[in-house]
Write a protein of this length. Structure first.
Length: 237
């Protein structure tokens, strides 16, 4: 048996995130935002924490190092927590999305006064995106699962090792994980993706409250699917 490398949890986690980010950035430059880059992201998020835990020492328990919170031991409580987390999002986020669309319209009118204004620029007509069943599988079992395993499961756990004893919302690890989650989305070369910082705080809080990944995974996938439904349902007049 080899002796594990002794390294600060903060240094380890930041180094692994930087490696994953550069890997995805290089893949995006070489192959674009296609299936291959997505596959590389999934494998990186799922495998890199396992590699790190094999070679670096940790104060996490054996079970935590194995699953990083990905278990179903308290699945009923986790599903109930998901319900209470997602219910206000389901009520208020469509309103915020509609307001954001209107703000975009007003900004366009301000920048280009020659454009003719209309009182109702957008209308809501509920419809599901095309291939929605496939998107459900993709968002829950591919996107949310891999990203939550890496960010909330591995990174946030390692940061909490470095900064213990804080309450849930005051934990530096929660905020730093959300920040890295947002910057990680810049590998797609879309500055607007930095907005994922805000839902990332919610996912991190759910991880702290439930001490597992099932609730954050359900939240992550559901928020992505809700956004897709809103994008399909709000149409221009």
């Amino acid at each position: 048996m080899f002796s594990k490398i002794r390294i600060s949890p903060l240094t380890e986690a930041l180094s692994l995130w930087a490696f994953a980010f550069l890997l995805l950035l290089g893949s995006s430059l070489l192959f674009g935002q296609g299936t291959l880059t997505k596959l590389i992201a999934i494998l990186s998020f799922l495998l890199l924490p396992k590699v790190a835990s094999s070679f670096c020492s940790s104060n996490l328990s054996q079970n935590q190092r194995v699953d990083f919170g990905l278990h179903f031991q308290s699945w009923k409580a986790d599903c109930l927590a998901f319900f209470w987390f997602f219910l206000p999002i389901l009520v208020f986020f469509p309103l915020l999305y509609a307001a954001w669309l209107e703000c975009q319209h007003l900004l366009l009118l301000f920048l280009h006064p020659s454009i003719q204004s209309s009182p109702l620029q957008w209308k809501f007509q509920f419809q599901l995106p095309s291939q929605f069943p496939e998107w459900i599988v993709d968002q829950y079992l591919v996107v949310a699962l891999s990203e939550e395993f890496f960010y909330r499961g591995y990174l946030q756990s390692r940061f909490n090792e470095f900064w213990p004893r804080q309450t849930h919302l005051l934990k530096p690890g929660l905020w730093l994980t959300a920040l890295l989650f947002a910057f990680g989305h810049l590998a797609s070369f879309e500055v607007s993706r930095l907005s994922v910082f805000f839902p990332a705080l919610l996912f991190g809080w759910a991880k702290e409250k439930t001490q597992g990944l099932l609730c954050p995974i359900l939240l992550h996938g559901s928020c992505n699917l809700l956004l897709m439904v809103l994008q399909a349902s709000f149409v221009q007049n």
